[in-house]
Design a protein around this ligand. Structure first.
Ligand code: GLC
Length: 474
């Protein structure tokens, strides 16, 4: 099968969040399935273009129109691709040669261009994909431009749109339709929602299938509380909206070979994990203690549950435990947490930075991983934590609910600790249950660590599910 993936980020080239991880692992896993040819289309951002380790070659140069604008496209191909996995970068310095990926005044125009340029590029190289799989609002106009302007040249292509986060929809004022999109007026209704242009809504309506990144989030998206204004539209797609839970790249995220760790370990040889804990305590200036070490690697934003963490943090730190947080974000949370950390220097280490190697050492060295997100489409870090034998304590929403079934001491089933309503006291209650088992049932705790480490979180199963979906469309 020929599958074209269109996305705004993909590791190892460029990444701002979980989308970048998924766009690295999913195309790679699909490309391992016999008979598949995957082509990934990304913007040629400044950071990629000037990265000497990413070698590319120019395939073609041409132009595409957005109403009166005639815009250049340089189609570059990654030199290290393979027959089964090609990566293409769409070059236009005016739109993409900037510091950063998103957050510019003309993001709408930039990603309208990106969608059209991706389709124009497929035509240019005569790719003729069976499936075009688009991700989040930045590539959401692909299914629209395909129907409106490229159908004759891509007659077989079926479209799949995946929502990684419904919070960002790509909205623009109504003038944007004539001013930038340049589509026939019959497309105005499809592209409009609540009085403004909405990229994601258009993709939800026009794609042959819509997916999101966990089964529970697929259900939640039908309710206003979670759907940020799109619940009606999403519910109207019925069972065309389905959830496929993400995996993790078990080769790069592996405590058995992770180079950032002082000692590697596995479910069979768990003792290395204690060495990692001691090394982490030393590295962060925490007391060398047997107290459980709780961790978070997160953006400091309220939807990640930092508001309820701040509400309980002093009570939390009165308990016999240590806490480490790695991440940056909203200034009010950075200041609040740093202030608390300065009061508890031996117990609480606050690291205001984005540091993947430190993150690895934290996943390995910690005993528990806290993820109280208000909503979470899938969440990858709780999965990484489990893979490193670190027990998650999570709010039971979205992918957190699907990947962390509650642990039952009597039966030994489950993978972590959950709470059901978004408030600090319930969160603290779940942490207390985890602490109770940690102190009182060390053998059961050890079995839980092993079970979490042995769970298959790889991309194999999700990739198969995507294949089934693609096959059902063509
Ligand atoms: C977004 C979501 C996150 C998900 C990731 C990859 O970042 O917020 O929950 O894991 O996309 O799909």
């Amino acid at each position: 099968m020929k599958i074209a993936m269109v996305a705004s980020e993909a590791a190892p080239f460029i990444k701002t969040g979980g989308l970048g991880d998924v766009m690295q692992a999913l195309p790679a896993e699909l490309s391992r399935i016999k008979g598949n040819e995957i082509s990934l289309f990304l913007p040629y951002y400044k950071k990629i273009k000037y990265d000497p380790s990413v070698e590319t070659e120019l395939v073609s140069a041409f132009t595409v129109n957005l109403t009166w604008r005639q815009q250049y496209i340089g189609l570059f191909r990654w030199k290290n691709g393979s027959q089964n996995l090609q990566v293409y970068f769409l070059d236009n310095e005016y739109y993409f040669c900037r510091d950063g990926l998103y957050g510019f005044y003309d993001d709408g125009e930039r990603f309208a261009f990106f969608a059209k340029a991706a389709l124009a590029s497929m035509c240019r190289i005569a790719l003729r994909p069976d499936i075009i799989h688009c991700h989040d609002w930045q590539s959401a106009l692909v299914p629209i431009y395909l129907e409106a302007e490229y159908r004759d040249r891509l007659p077989e292509a079926r479209t799949v749109f995946t929502i990684h986060n419904v919070e960002y929809q790509g909205k623009a004022n109504p003038d944007f339709f004539n001013e930038v999109l340049g589509l026939d007026d019959l497309w105005r209704g499809v592209c409009t929602h609540d009085g403004c242009i909405n990229f994601m809504k258009a993709a939800v309506v026009k794609s042959d299938a819509v997916t999101t990144v966990s089964e529970t989030y697929a259900k939640e998206l039908r309710y206003p509380y979670f759907a940020h204004g799109l619940s009606g539209i999403l519910a109207s797609r019925g069972d065309k909206l389905r959830g496929i839970t993400n995996g993790i790249d078990v080769e790069t995220c592996d405590p058995g070979s992770d180079k950032a760790l002082v000692r590697n370990y596995s479910a069979e040889y768990l003792s290395g994990k204690l060495t990692c804990k001691r090394a982490l305590q030393w590295e962060l200036g925490l007391e060398e203690s047997d107290a459980p070490l709780l961790a978070m690697v997160t953006r400091l934003a309220s939807h990640k549950g930092i508001d309820i963490l701040c509400y309980i943090i002093r009570r939390l730190l009165e308990r016999n435990l240590q806490l480490v947080i790695v991440g940056t974000g909203e200034a009010k949370y950075e200041h609040a947490l740093q202030a608390v950390a300065s009061e508890y220097p031996k117990k609480f280490s606050m690291n205001l930075k984005f540091d993947p190697a430190l993150a690895s050492r934290v996943y390995a060295g910690a005993d528990m991983y806290l993820m109280p997100s208000k909503s979470e489409p899938c969440g990858l870090s709780q999965i990484i934590a489990m893979h490193y034998g670190t027990i998650p304590v999570v709010n039971a929403v979205g992918g957190l609910k699907d990947t962390v079934p509650p642990f039952e001491l009597s039966t030994g089933t489950g993978r972590g600790y959950t709470f059901q309503s978004y408030n600090g006291d319930d969160f603290l209650g779940a942490i207390d249950r985890a602490l109770g088992d940690y102190f009182n049932n060390p053998e059961a705790w050890k079995q839980l660590m092993k079970a979490d480490m042995e769970t298959d979180f790889s991309w194999k199963l999700p990739a198969q599910k995507y294949m089934e979906l693609y096959c059902s469309l063509i």
